[in-house]
Write a protein of this length. Structure first.
Length: 75
C-alpha cells in the first residue's frame, strides 16, 4: 500500500480498518477519496467498473459517521 493510501486509510476508524484486514482486503483509493469528499461536505459522482466497491464507497461515509456518533459521549 502506498504512503498516500496508508494516510487515507488512517482516516477510517479502527473498526473499519479491522473489518477490511479480517477479510484480507484494503480500502480502495476511490472509496477513501469519496469518504474524504463526504467529510468535507462535497458532492461526488463515482464511476467505476463492476466489482470495484462502489456500493461500499457510497455507504462508507454514513457508516463511519454513525459509528463515530455512537462512540461519542452524549451531549
Amino acid at each position: 500500500m502506498s504512503a498516500l493510501k496508508q494516510r487515507r486509510a488512517r482516516a477510517l476508524p479502527d473498526v473499519f480498518q479491522r473489518w477490511f484486514a479480517a477479510r484480507g482486503w484494503a480500502p480502495r483509493t476511490h472509496q477513501l477519496d469519496l469518504l474524504a469528499a463526504a467529510r468535507a461536505g462535497k458532492s461526488t459522482l463515482l464511476i467505476a467498473p463492476t466489482g470495484a466497491g462502489k456500493t461500499l464507497a457510497g455507504f462508507l461515509p454514513t457508516l463511519v459517521e454513525l459509528t463515530e456518533a455512537r462512540a461519542a459521549p452524549p451531549k
